[in-house]
Ligand binder design. Structure first.
Ligand code: C2E
Ligand code: CA
Ligand code: CA
Ligand code: CA
Length: 279
């Protein structure tokens, strides 16, 4: 039994080592990927529910892995966050997204907003302000076209710090949206103190519309809350016509989701912009 136990422990330890080793080598790969320029941005349209036109794009990062193909953020953002690599990666994302938005404008296309996700670690870094300022200066993009998406849970983790950081960003002229809204626990009174432009209703509330009466009640409550606080509101994860219709009827401004388009490569998004309003 003792021997078995010893074997058990030995096995357990070597498994642990394997996990740690795997994580270390994945971290190394991520670091290499940054140097080798293996990340790409895909863009998903955000659509005005009144006009049906694209008025914004969310930039979503993917890893063009040399042997694994396209790797989605669900498979590397957490590790990047844990190891701090999210900071240089986030800088790359910000700069690339701003450059792209400016390039669209320079082509004579109707200007659209660009939304960039900012994770907790990035948001806590002092140099975020400098990073954003640099991305704007280097791209030449007017700050009013850049929107940063931060999650509700991130804001609530350090309320005072977050509010201060949000005001610094507002001073630069960029817009702020609360991502995954409704899943955290923001006190509604706190919401009023944030320099926010937009609430982004989490897709978990949209998914079961029109079958889930509770989700419909929550969604329309968020929309009217936004209206009362003078905020714009966008629904994410809109996949069906029925969901879009419900949102229009509830007074929602914008939507994003597979119904209109999945996130697409830059070239594809270019084409969509060129045909914008053609539906
Ligand atoms: P998110 O910010 O909530 O982004 C929306 C996610 O929902 C995207 O997944 C998008 O592809 C997906 N989606 C869009 N429309 C629909 C729909 O109609 N139905 C369904 N089921 N899903 C839809 P993606 O691209 O895999 O990104 C996952 C998460 O990774 C993002 O969630 C965001 O939190 C994070 N992420 C992506 N890019 C970045 C980045 O550049 N920086 C940081 N910090 N995080 C990022
Ligand atoms: Ca987002
Ligand atoms: Ca979201
Ligand atoms: Ca539900």
């Amino acid at each position: 039994a003792k021997e078995l136990g010893r074997d058990g422990i030995a096995l357990f330890t070597s498994e642990m080592t394997a996990t740690v080793r795997k994580k270390l080598s994945r971290t190394d790969e991520l670091r290499q990927a940054l140097l080798r320029d293996e990340f790409v941005l895909h863009y998903q349209p955000q659509v005005d529910l009144q006009t049906g036109r694209i008025i914004a794009a969310e930039a979503l990062v993917r890893w063009n892995h040399p042997s694994e193909g396209l790797v989605y953020p669900g498979d590397f953002i957490a590790l990047a966050e844990e190891t701090g690599l999210i900071v240089p990666l986030g800088e790359w994302v910000l700069q690339t997204a701003c450059n792209r938005a400016k390039a669209w404008q320079d082509k004579g296309l109707e200007p659209i907003r660009i939304s960039v996700n900012v994770s907790a670690r990035q948001f806590q870094e002092k140099r975020l302000i400098e990073t954003v300022a640099t991305a704007l200066t280097e791209s030449g993009l007017d700050a009013k076209w850049l929107e940063l998406e931060i999650t509700e849970s991130l804001i609530m983790k350090d309320l005072a710090g977050s509010i201060a950081r949000m005001y610094e960003l507002e001073k630069l002229g960029v817009k702020l949206a609360v991502d995954d809204f409704g899943t955290g626990y923001s006190s509604l009174s706190a919401l009023k103190r944030f320099p926010l432009s937009r609430l982004k209703i989490d897709r978990s509330f949209i998914a079961d519309i029109p079958h889930d009466a509770d989700d419909m009640a929550i969604t329309s409550a968020i929309i009217s809350l936004a209206q009362k606080l003078d905020l714009e509101v966008i629904a994410e994860g809109v996949e069906t016509e029925e969901q879009a219709r419900f949102l229009v009827e509830s007074g929602c401004n914008e939507m994003q989701g597979y119904l209109y388009s999945r996130p697409v490569e830059e070239e594809r998004f270019n084409l969509m912009l060129e045909n914008n309003g053609g539906i």
